[in-house]
Each structure stands twice: as C-alpha cells, then as structure tokens.
Design a protein around this ligand. Structure first.
Ligand code: ATP
Ligand code: MG
Length: 473
C-alpha cells in the first residue's frame, strides 16, 4: 500500500516538473540553452592551439577521454586563449562524477561541500575538474534560493546543456572539446567574444540576484578584457549593488583581492564607484571620498592604485596589506583628527582610529589577522617618521615594515598629505653612511643657561630650528 502511494507521489512530482519546465521555456524561450541552439566551431574556425594549453591540463583531458568520458576546457581559460592571453589557470569539465574522476587519477583530491570538485595535483599546478552541473536554475528541487533570490544550495550533476547555466557570462561559457579540438557554444559566446561584449546568460536581474558577486565579476572582466558591458546587464547594477552586503565578508575579501591585484586597479576602482559597488565594499572610505574637495577624489588612493598597477606591469610584487592600508587611510586619518581635536595624543589617536576603522571594515570584507596587523604597522610607523633626532631613526630603519612604511610616507608626500621634505630627509638618511647618519640625527646643541648669570639672546635663525618637524599626519 505504502509503496503504491510512494509511486503515485513520484509520478505526480515528475508530471509537475515536466509542466514547470514547459512553462519556463515558454515564458523565456531565449534563456534555455539546448542542443538545437548549439554552434560548434571546428578547429579551423578558431584560434586555440594545443601548444597554448598547459601540458598537465592536456594530460587530464586526454586521460578522461581515454576512460570514455567527455572532457572539455571551460571558463576563463577558453576566453583568454581566444584572446591570445596566457590563462591564469585551466578548468576542466566532464560528465564523470567526482568519484569517477578520483578513480582515474592517483594525484587527485575531492574538495568542496556546496559543489564537489576534483583537484588533480601536478606539483604546484592544480587542474580543477568539475562535473557538469545539473538542471536549469530555479527549476530544481535541490536548488535553494533565499528571499532576495540568492542561490544558497545547488549540488546536482547534469549535462553540458545544463552546465551552461552555472556560467555567468556568455564568453565564460565556451567549451573546448578535446575529442575534436572544437569550441562548443550554446549562448552566442563566440559572437560576443568577437564583439568584445560582456553579456550575462539569461535575465540579468535574476542572475545578479542569484549571486550578487556576479556584479563584481562584471566590472572585473569588463576592465580586464577591455570588453563593454552589455547595456541590459549594466542597467540593474546601480539598483542591485546593495545586495552585495548579503555576501559573506570572507568571500568579498577574496573578490577585492581579485579586483585590485590583476594590474588595472585604478580603472577598476573608478568603475566600482561608478556602479555604486565600491560603497558596499568600503563604506567608510566612500563617505570620506564623498567629501572630495573641488571634485578631486582623495588622491592618495588613486596614487596607491596607480603605483600598484605600475609595479605589476614591471613584474614586481604587490601586497594585499599595503593596498588595504591605502584604501582605509582616509577613514583612519579622519577618525584620528577627530580624536586629536578631543585632546587624545597623536599616537593614541592613530591607534584608536586604526582599531575603529578595521573593526568597521570587517563587517564588509573580512581582513585576515596577518593583513590587519601589517596594515596597523604601516599606519603606526607614520607618526614615527616625524622623529629625526637621537637613536630612534637608526632603530626605525631596521623595523621589518620600514620599507612599506616608507613607501606609504612617499605616497603621502606625493599627494600633499605630508611635507615632502620629510620624505626627502628619510631618502637621504637611508642612503647615507653611518657617520653621515649620526650627523643628521644629532640633536640641536643645548645652550647652557645657568641661573643668576646674565642671559644673552641672539636672533633666531632658520638654522636654529630643531631638526624635528612635527608634521601633521
Ligand atoms: P579568471 O581569469 O579570473 O580565473 P574565470 O572566468 O576563469 O576568470 P573563475 O572564477 O576561475 O573565473 O571561474 C571559472 C568559471 O566558472 C567562469 O568562467 C564561469 O564560467 C564560472 N563561474 C565562476 N564564478 C561564477 C559565478 N559567481 N556565477 C556564475 N558562474 C561562475
Ligand atoms: Mg579561472
């Protein structure tokens, strides 16, 4: 009896699913990638050559194919290969489930709870192998959306047509098939790629609601690739930007690093501000920037981002803590000024301001402990640069964060935040011999004044002024 009821229930569920699918496809026919819409670009019609693909990625693809599975490169690597760029990493998709992938490779680990993935390790290089993700979004029992329409859970395997739906932009949904070296395209991604257009798959508002991080990705890819964001995708961003605040702070921290550390930080910053996304990521900084004088945004951030881009262009390293120290400097400075006006000493004012600024920022983007510690060190070094007599300067240059602190001082000097003479003095001091350094830090001679004796005064000249300048920071 029970099993008959179960069977009837199952039957009803299948029929309901069938109707749900039909209704959705009639309501939004253009949104469903299907086998009849696929375009296959043979090897002769695209520019991707195997010589551009990492040997390890090729090994994974061939091995899966040998075991009888379908195997494709997908996502950013296909997009970048078509542009003739070196991809950051190579992502593989297959119809093998993670357990089957694990059986094929000895050097494989399964990761992820929300969606299980296989990582195939080759020394330092890791090739990520994902199983086709299943079912059209919003039409599956295993997908859970929150009240804003955000995807909370989605853990089912499917076909390549369904997998297209887990992709964000059409140019990120091109599949390079190892079987015949063709590029498989369900969403007109190749046309968009040629037209340098970034277009979301499906209804932009729905897709942004499902995962608001896609708004940040839109900005990042548009800037990185030099693509134009499709107008339908662009439109809802201003309105939906606040939804980003529902994303866990740790994920936003990772996204901020991706946004600012790929070499186009300045342009990204301007674009984020334009779409109202920056204020969700850095609310306190945005409030300071909103008080721009004569329409000029606070220059230190701009200069810091520009420097960081130049360093990346020169193949130099950039650090996350320096970037965050620059991005949060305005609020720190503003808070410190307020505290000093209330009578707190300069040193304490900056300490407290740093605590407050960091405490508020971690509500938006988390800051790992080692990052926030390093940021504080850079900030705390700033008032210490004012002391130019005695033994303190020689101790300061041995501080592990001296270089970063000094670079920060240079930024401040270049942007009118501190007297340029101070930065120059430290430049000379670092490069001077020990004898020279000692001379530079000698305190001004004290005049011995004995009580009862007649005091002689002479006119004060510039040379008499003490070598410490209490520069305002
Ligand atoms: P990058 O060059 O930064 O690695 P990418 O496109 O490869 O760019 P990844 O974050 O590595 O970006 O993601 C790989 C692929 O997974 C993307 O190309 C996209 O197809 C899909 N993807 C990643 N994140 C999302 C997301 N939030 N929503 C939808 N699809 C996504
Ligand atoms: Mg990638």
């Amino acid at each position: 009896m029970m099993s008959r009821i179960k069977k009837i229930n199952q039957g009803i569920t299948i029929i309901l699913k069938f109707f749900k699918k039909i209704i959705a496809s009639v309501a939004n026919p253009a949104e469903l990638p299907s086998a009849d819409k696929v375009r296959v670009y043979p090897r002769s019609e695209h520019s991707i050559s195997r010589s551009q693909i990492s040997d390890n990625a090729l090994k994974v693809l061939y091995r899966l194919q040998k075991e009888g599975f379908d195997a494709y490169l997908v996502g950013g690597c296909v997009r970048d290969l078509l542009l003739g760029r070196e991809p950051k990493d190579f992502d593989v998709v297959t119809n093998a489930d993670p357990e089957q992938v694990r059986k094929v490779f000895r050097n494989c680990r399964i990761i992820g709870r929300r969606f299980r993935l296989a990582h195939v390790h080759f020394g330092k290089e890791v090739i990520e192998v994902a199983t086709f993700r299943g079912a059209t979004e919003g039409q599956n029992d295993k997908q859970v959306l929150n009240k804003d329409g955000r995807l909370l859970r989605d853990n089912v395997y499917g076909t390549i047509e369904e997998d297209v739906w887990r992709r964000d932009f059409t140019v990120n949904a091109l599949y390079y098939n190892i079987k015949d070296f063709s590029v498989v395209d369900y969403v007109n991604g190749m046309e968009d790629h040629k037209a340098a257009t970034l277009r979301l798959i499906g209804d932009p508002e729905t897709r942004f609601r499902e995962d608001p991080v896609r708004m940040l990705r839109a900005v990042r890819f548009a800037v990185k690739l030099g693509f134009k964001l499709d107008t339908h995708c662009e439109k809802p961003i201003h309105e939906l930007a606040p939804l980003l605040s529902s994303i866990p702070a740790a994920r936003l921290y990772d996204e901020v690093l991706k946004l600012f550390l790929f070499g186009c930080a300045l342009q990204t910053f301007e674009s984020l501000r334009h779409y109202g996304l920056f204020k969700v990521l850095f609310p306190a900084t945005e409030r300071c920037l909103a008080t721009e004088q004569e329409g000029f945004p606070k220059l230190l951030i701009i200069k810091a981002l520009q420097n960081s881009d130049n360093r990346i262009a020169d193949g130099k390293s950039v650090t996350a803590y320096f970037l965050f120290a620059a991005l949060l400097w305005e609020p720190v400075q503003m808070l410190a000024q307020q505290k000093m006006a209330e009578g707190v000493t300069e040193f304490m004012a900056y300490q407290e301001a740093a605590n407050e600024a960091i405490g508020k920022q971690i509500r938006s983007t988390s800051l790992p402990r080692h990052i926030s510690l390093a940021m504080r060190e850079v900030w705390n070094l700033q008032p210490k640069f004012n002391v130019r007599v005695g033994s303190k300067p020689s101790r300061l240059i041995t501080h592990p964060r001296f270089r970063a602190g000094y670079d920060f001082l240079l930024l401040r000097a270049e942007t009118g935040n501190v007297d340029p003479n101070l930065a120059e003095w430290w430049e000379t001091y670092q490069n001077a011999s020990e004898t020279e350094q000692r001379k530079m830090t000698q305190p001004p001679r004290k005049k011995s004044i004995k009580s009862g004796r007649k005091r002689t005064y002479r006119k004060k000249t510039n040379n008499d002024s003490p070598s410490t300048t209490s520069t305002e920071i």
